[in-house]
Design a protein around this ligand. Structure first.
Ligand code: AMP
Ligand code: MG
Length: 479
């Protein structure tokens, strides 16, 4: 079986200052942990060849396949509000791009592939913890219907990396519609490189928003995509954890699964990231943070807009403010669906907010409470069931006003409310088992999370909220 990949590397054709060309650094003894066969197929890649020696060599960075043009992308970014003029791929390399079976351009990137000119103090490597975590969570997000980067493969390297201690090294193969971030635009904007900015803009426009023509139209498209994305996160109790501008994807995909988390007990102020001291990226702050990030994007585009800068600023500001309407509409649509409502009515926002307020007061489990609306078990999630009863009476009246058959409502509720999410304690458990050499819990989580809306009785143990001693309170960056 030979590995034959039809690369078409559009980013590598951009000017030299967009990246540094280099090969991945080989590793001692690569072994495959998991290959995403379905995704390989989607990309038009031969899964058997990827599993073979040539494939493994590619996934480990030990060989550069024919047609690849490995490079580390340059980007900048605001991290927790502080601007860093140069970040860039410090532990990742873009191998190249392929056109998938549906005609979409997809990046194939190795993460943990060794040092690059952007590594600064880092070693360019990753250990199996963050690699398994990103594999599990990004693939779960995809199955949950959320735009996201994907995981094609995870391999161990046979080498150790040094973090708190000695950890087994690993590499993730990430697939994305691109790796262009708000921070990529900031990289050129801060250097006053208007030609670079224009070139990046045209590349991005053609690739992500071909129906938009002007910088203002692209801005509006990115604003709308981010609003829809964050509304989806909110509907799942997902907290990204590190919404820096270098992690804000121009195509509207979720990117960077570092300290992210799905909430168990619901509260709007929830924060998991160990480095998010002030709760900047708390669950309920996410829409505002997205607006802040989009304002940075808008600022980058100003030099490409109207030569009358006052007019450009006014138009860009207005475009960023469109986030609010997009987000409200997407949020309402999502939570209406979560309540099984097919029609729009005036009091719906209030009905949703009332439920969320009661859940927050009693810290009920987010996923189980919503799924329980379909299964009749929601009441049991409330420490004070009367708090649910009063609300449920209103909800049932509202549902009855639509006159849909019960079976239809139940099916709709099940389609909108997942049974399975990658719960933090399960992800942690899978990582701990892997560290002890047992990858079975990791594989099982991946398999179950591929169909998060299905009942899957054999996986009933994965439905449970963590017991007191299992609760994960802190998550860490993916290095
Ligand atoms: P991230 O946590 O992915 O948002 O990364 C922020 C910046 O730190 C990016 O420029 C990364 O490439 C860089 N970085 C993170 N971990 C490492 C590492 N182990 N070695 C080199 N650079 C790293
Ligand atoms: Mg990042």
């Amino acid at each position: 079986m030979t590995l034959d990949i039809a690369f078409d590397n559009s980013y590598a054709r951009l000017p030299d200052r967009f990246f540094a060309r280099l090969d991945p650094v080989p590793v001692a003894a690569p072994a495959l942990i998991r290959l995403n066969t379905m995704l390989a197929h989607e990309l038009g890649l031969d899964a058997e060849a990827l599993r073979g020696p040539e494939g493994l060599a590619m996934l480990a960075g030990n060989a550069v396949p024919e047609g690849a043009a490995p490079l580390a992308q340059a980007y900048a970014g605001h991290q927790f509000g502080g601007f860093v003029p140069q970040l860039g791929d410090g532990r990742a390399l873009l191998l190249g791009e392929v056109i998938d079976r549906a005609g979409r351009r997809r990046d194939i990137q190795l993460k943990g592939s060794g040092r690059t000119p952007f590594s600064r103090m880092g070693d360019g490597r990753a250990w199996i913890g963050p690699v398994l975590r990103e594999y599990i969570v990004s693939e779960a997000m995809h199955a949950l219907g959320v735009p996201t980067t994907r995981a094609l493969a995870a391999v161990t390297t046979g080498e150790d990396v040094f973090r708190e201690g000695r950890m087994p090294g690993a590499i993730l193969t990430r697939v994305a519609s691109s790796h262009i971030r708000v921070g990529t635009f900031q990289y050129f904007a801060v250097r006053g490189d208007e030609d670079g900015l224009r070139t990046l803009f045209e590349h991005t426009r053609a690739r992500h928003h071909p129906d938009a023509h002007t910088p203002l139209e692209v801005l509006r498209a990115v604003v709308a995509a981010q609003a829809r994305l964050v509304a989806q996160w909110m509907g799942l109790g997902f907290i990204h954890g590190v919404m820096n501008t270098d992690n804000t994807h121009i195509g509207g995909e979720t990117i960077d699964y570092g300290p992210c988390a799905f909430m168990d007990a619901y509260h709007p102020d929830m924060v998991f990231s160990s480095i998010d001291e002030f709760g900047r990226y708390a669950y309920s702050n996410q829409p505002q943070v997205a607006v802040w990030n989009l304002a940075q994007f808008a600022t980058c585009l100003l030099p490409l807009m109207d030569s009358d800068q006052e007019a450009a600023i006014a138009a860009a500001t207005e475009a960023v403010h469109e986030f609010s309407d997009h987000f409200q509409a997407a949020w309402l649509a999502r939570f209406r669906a979560k309540l099984g409502l097919a029609r729009e009515e005036d009091g719906d926002a209030e009905l949703i907010e009332t439920l969320l307020a009661r859940m927050a007061a009693l810290r009920t489990d987010f996923t189980r409470s919503f799924r329980g609306l379909a299964d009749g078990s929601a009441r049991a999630e409330f420490a004070e069931p009367e708090a649910f009863d009063a609300w449920a009476a209103q909800w049932r009246t509202r549902l009855a006003s639509e006159g849909r058959p019960d079976a239809e409502v139940t099916a709709a509720l099940r389609a909108a409310n997942p049974a399975f999410i990658p719960r933090n304690h399960r992800v942690e458990e899978a990582i701990q088992a892997a560290l002890a050499g047992d990858f079975a819990p990791f594989h099982r989580l991946c398999d179950v999370l591929a169909c998060p809306f299905d009942a899957q009785p054999e996986a009933a143990d994965l439905l449970a909220a963590p017991r007191q001693q299992e609760v994960v309170r802190r998550t860490f960056c993916g290095t």
